[in-house]
Design a protein around this ligand. Structure first.
Ligand SMILES: [Fe+2]
Ligand SMILES: [Fe+2]
Length: 348
């Protein structure tokens, strides 16, 4: 057994300390002593003891008070205390155990008994510490694993969203990395919007790629038509918002719920002239209002089958011109304030 234990003997009579030390020295413990309760308490605060042999009758502060003090302190409450005393009355023995001592040895003691009991309580204490350490490392490992799995799940979820979104890109008339750019532009705009949290910013970044997911269910002839759509075709095209809602509304997951809002509302307009519901102003969810700007800005700055790309200056002028009609004017102001950053994102 590893005997590298710190044992403290507290007694106001030096001879008693010497007797106990003589007995215990054969175990090679690190032995310390204190001649009164106060000295003991200050020593214990500085050194981490593994066991305390405590006399009861001492001047200034008796052993019971020392024990009470140690048990009341989180740092010292688990150190095993053995009363080593000449007090042999039942009341004192009971009081000693009541105060939390692990053992009670009366003087004069049998050296073998002192050795055996000390050894037993040190082993027990060591075992308890090891168990606590193991439990802690199991807990830490479990926490780390949980974190790893959550990150993995989140990564998987994001990847699936991108796969689905890119599928939309391939069936619709989008070119290049429109979906990724809309997500990045939306994230930056959300970041500048004062009342949105970091969580909102992340949610919008993850959900924005799904804004046009309903196009998967729109007739490809309409999606790929190089000329302008007839009124009837346009009505069918508008359905990509409600078609997405039909599928996404079934989820309780934060990102999918946000994607549902975005897919439904990214064509709503601030003045109520948008679709599918003709929502107005702040009745349009902030996620929808943000993606509306990101979607139009990116679409304008890139070539489509039916149009050439606009310069960033023309596209941002368009956004500004439509503040209060198509777009949320507060968002447009933020967009214009940081327009250079949005232009950079649109060029990626
Ligand atoms: Fe759309
Ligand atoms: Fe789009």
């Amino acid at each position: 057994m590893d005997n590298n234990f710190n044992v403290l003997i507290v007694d106001d009579v030096v001879e008693n300390i010497q007797v106990a030390m003589n007995v215990l020295k054969e175990e090679n413990y690190n032995l310390s002593f204190a001649l009164n309760g106060e000295e003991a308490l200050s020593l214990i605060k500085d050194t981490g003891f593994d066991l305390i042999l405590l006399d009861i009758m001492m001047p200034v502060m008796d052993g019971f008070s020392v024990c009470k003090n140690l048990k009341a302190d989180d740092f010292t409450k688990d150190i095993p205390i053995i009363f080593l005393t000449a007090k042999t009355d039942i009341e004192s023995i009971s009081k000693g155990f009541e105060l939390g001592a692990v053992d009670y040895i009366t003087k004069p003691f049998n050296p073998d008994e002192l050795l055996a009991r000390t050894r037993t309580h040190l082993e027990l204490y060591k075992g308890k510490l090891l168990l606590a350490q193991n439990n802690l490392s199991i807990k830490v490992k479990a926490e780390k694993e949980k974190e790893r799995l959550l990150t993995e799940l989140e990564k998987n979820q994001k990847e699936i969203i991108y796969i689905l979104a890119e599928l939309t890109e391939t069936v619709s008339d989008e070119t290049g990395k429109h979906i990724k750019r809309v997500a990045d532009i939306s994230r930056l705009l959300a970041y500048y919007y004062p009342s949105l949290s970091d969580e909102d910013v992340d949610t919008i970044h993850c959900s924005a790629p799904m804004h046009d997911i309903g196009k998967i269910a729109v007739d490809p002839k309409i999606l790929h038509k190089p000329s302008s759509l007839t009124a009837e075709e346009f009505e069918l095209m508008k359905e990509h918002t409600t078609l997405a809602h039909k599928v996404l509304k079934c989820s309780d997951r934060k990102i999918i719920k946000a994607a549902d809002i975005i897919a439904m509302q990214h064509h709503e307009k601030w003045d109520g002239s948008g679709y599918p519901k003709g929502l107005k102003g702040e009745d349009i969810h902030i996620y929808g209002r943000i993606v509306a700007i990101a979607d139009v800005f990116d679409a304008l700055t890139h070539k489509r089958v039916y149009k050439d790309s606009w310069t960033p200056e023309d596209a941002s002028a368009y956004i500004q011109k439509n503040a209060g009609t198509h777009f949320d004017p507060t968002l447009v102001a933020l967009f214009m304030e940081h327009v250079e950053e949005f232009v950079t994102l649109a060029k990626i």
